[in-house]
Design a protein around this ligand. Structure first.
Ligand code: NAD
Length: 348
């Protein structure tokens, strides 16, 4: 059925169209673009509405809503985290998101965000590493070789010039998959049999595992001075990856403290445990890395502003393309008060 031209339609980016868009832009270019959008929004951090995400926990996982607004646009993401899902052939993390115009309240974009979350998480990790990792870092240990791992690796390559990645996963099939996917993408890939082997010679240690428990992916004695830890997988109450001793030896950088204190590695620490907000490093208010021996730790949980940046990017990037379809998801009668009349006229 054709739509009247003045109908309020909402652009929708499906998974297929998102994948077409990523290939059209080029994945490394898109990671750089997303990092630029995230960085621009971190620079205007103070003007955003901010709240810890709204989480609904169950024994097997979590379902979360992540809202924010810059006063002109409003965005939210729906996202789940279910570590047991992969054993049932399902994703641990799936997501979709919406951007709306604050002036009218009308949605202006609905999009898949499973792919987009992997990209924005990786772009944010690499943006943090740009400020916190030792200068010239070229080798990363990647512990946890699941859905996020290739994106994490490629973002570090595209944004800080990573040359070599050392993979470890408790499931060798995950490492094989990750190594296979990274073949021919211009990065040296070394598959390792233990986490200790994976961290050898690495300046950046990324932990990106999924397990609903206080896990110890890195023990205190595995972390030498001068490294940067990019801790991705500890992002829920009762779900962490690092030994507490590492936190006391590190300078810890976070997205939004009220959310990270509930969900991040620092949930293991007292409530007044000192942290630095990443946006303050990016605006130059606070120092990032300031010595060769310092251990820097990005305690990433994923914050709504990063998704808002990603939604803004997609809204801008799909203009004048065919990477979306229009959805009829707003009842918008010609006479705004005649919703009932519109219903009656639609009677067959
Ligand atoms: P996934 O289930 O696809 O992969 C996780 C991998 O971790 C699996 O291959 C599993 O075998 C491995 N693993 C589990 N326990 C391990 C251990 N003890 N040692 C080594 N490997 C282990 O999950 P994913 O989509 O790649 O997500 C990874 C983690 O990142 C999840 O915990 C997810 O919640 C989190 N995440 C965080 C953000 C953020 O913004 N911080 C964003 C997305 C996902």
């Amino acid at each position: 059925m054709t739509q009247p031209s003045d109908k309020a339609l909402v652009p929708f980016v499906s998974v297929d169209n998102m994948m077409r868009l990523i290939h059209h832009v080029g994945i490394e270019q898109m990671l750089r673009d997303l990092a630029d959008y995230v960085e621009a929004d971190f620079k205007r951090w103070e003007l955003f509405d901010k709240t810890p995400r709204v989480a609904s926990h169950s024994d097997v996982g979590v379902i979360e809503l992540m809202p924010t607004s810059d006063g002109e646009a409003y965005g939210f993401k729906y996202v789940n985290g279910h570590p047991k899902n992969t054993s049932e052939g399902l994703q641990t993390v799936t997501a979709f998101g919406l951007l709306a115009d604050v002036y009218t309240g009308y949605p202006v974009l609905l999009t898949e965000m499973t792919m987009l979350t992997a990209l924005r998480t990786a772009a944010t990790s690499a943006m943090a590493a740009k400020y916190l990792a030792p200068k010239g870092s070229d080798t990363m240990a990647m512990i946890g070789n699941g859905a996020q791992s290739e994106f994490q690796t490629l973002a570090m390559k595209a944004i800080i010039g990573l040359k070599s990645v050392r993979l470890y996963d408790k499931d060798p099939a995950a490492t094989e998959k990750c190594a296979r996917n990274l073949q021919g993408l211009g990065i040296e890939v070394v598959s390792c049999k233990t986490p200790e082997e994976a961290i050898e010679g690495a300046q950046i240690l990324t932990t990106c595992t999924a397990d609903k428990q206080y896990a110890t992916i890195l023990t205190d004695n595995m972390v030498g001075s001068g490294v940067h830890i990019n801790a991705i997988g500890g992002d829920c109450p009762g779900k962490t990856e690092l030994a507490a001793g590492i936190l006391t030896r590190s300078d810890v950088f976070v997205e939004y403290p009220p959310q990270t204190r509930i969900e991040g590695e620092i949930q293991q620490m007292p409530e007044d445990f000192p942290v630095t907000e990443l946006w303050e490093v990016i605006t130059g208010n606070k120092p990032g890395r300031n010595s060769d021996r310092q251990i820097t730790l990005f305690d990433s949980v994923g914050f709504a502003i990063e998704d808002f940046s990603a939604l803004r990017y997609i809204r801008d990037r799909i203009k004048d393309t065919d990477y979306f379809i229009d959805l009829d998801m707003l009842a918008d009668p010609d006479d705004p008060r005649d919703l009932f009349g519109m219903l009656q006229r639609a009677k067959g």
